[in-house]
Write a protein that binds this ligand. Structure first.
Ligand SMILES: O=C(O)c1ccccc1NCC(=O)[C@H](O)[C@H](O)COP(=O)(O)O
Length: 263
């Protein structure tokens, strides 16, 4: 079945060829790497990974009026623990220049959000200043996931491995990943449900990894729900890109309480 995810990966294969052709001109942004894991270890509250996302296959244009550096600065001011920057051009209207510009403007770790299938993309992320990368278990075989994970670690990057079901979570095993994202969005059907975090939380936490709940978080009650399930962090794009009062939206997220009344 032809899905958007298949089309994205087909596009990535072409991009990898192009990147390999011009890899020698990668301009290295020399940076001391920043650690999201350390932030999570010291966190008293749920961490927010705030995403810069102009458009997406499921929503079309989300907001293409915002400037990445300005938006990232506001994210940081309002307590974001990390900034996620979409670098895919064809489907999300992002770029490695966005990533590079954001990394130079903030002091928190920056996540390169892309569909990584080859080490050359990790080189690109690292040379653009990324502190961490995303690896999506749904688009990688177990051995590819392990190889890319180890390659990223060898470059000093942290890795967030994204899963959507138990089968994908099994692939994470050998990596020993410390950051596991549960994507509430099914990347094939685009169906979004926070049930996914609730379902997988225990299995993720039992690996000893930090759990990041990704996608479909719009309201304080959504944060409360995933926090109650055990999430250490949330990754939010659309709700922040569309917010007319970012500091209020982010404050609401930070103040979300579990039903036990714990902050
Ligand atoms: O967002 C999409 O439509 C999408 C489609 C295909 C592959 C990935 C996709 N999104 C990537 C993400 O996981 C989200 O950008 C991220 O988790 C934030 O989600 P949201 O808060 O719902 O914008």
């Amino acid at each position: 079945m032809e899905t958007i995810l298949n089309r994205i990966i087909e596009e990535k294969r072409k991009e990898v060829i192009r990147l390999k052709e011009c890899s020698q001109i990668l301009q290295n942004l020399e940076t001391d790497k920043r650690s999201l894991i350390q932030k999570l270890q010291n966190a008293k509250d749920i961490a927010i990974i705030a995403e810069f996302k102009r458009a997406s296959p499921s929503k079309g244009i989300i907001n293409n009026q915002l400037e990445p550096v300005e938006q990232a600065i506001v994210y940081e001011k309002n307590g974001a623990s990390a900034i996620s920057v979409l670098t895919d051009q064809s489907f999300f209207q992002g770029s490695f220049s966005d990533l590079r510009a954001v990394r130079q403007a903030v002091t928190v770790p920056v996540l390169c959000k892309d569909f990584i299938i080859d080490p050359i993309q990790i080189d690109c992320a690292a040379s653009s200043g990324a502190d961490l990368i995303l690896l999506i278990a749904a688009v990688l075989e177990e051995d590819e996931l392990l190889m890319l994970y180890q390659y990223a670690k060898s470059k000093g990057l942290e890795v967030l491995i994204e899963v959507h079901d138990y089968k994908e979570l099994e692939k994470v095993g050998k990596t020993g990943a410390k950051l596991v994202g549960v994507n509430n969005r099914d990347l094939t059907s685009f169906h979004v449900s926070l049930d996914v975090t609730e379902k997988l939380a225990e299995a993720v936490k039992s690996t000893g990894a930090f759990l990041i709940s990704e996608s479909g978080i719009h309201l304080q009650k959504d944060v409360e729900r995933v926090k109650k399930a055990g999430a250490d962090g949330i990754l939010v794009g659309e709700a922040l890109m569309k917010s007319s009062d970012l500091s209020r939206t982010m404050q609401n997220f930070r103040l979300a309480q579990t039903t036990e009344g714990k902050l």
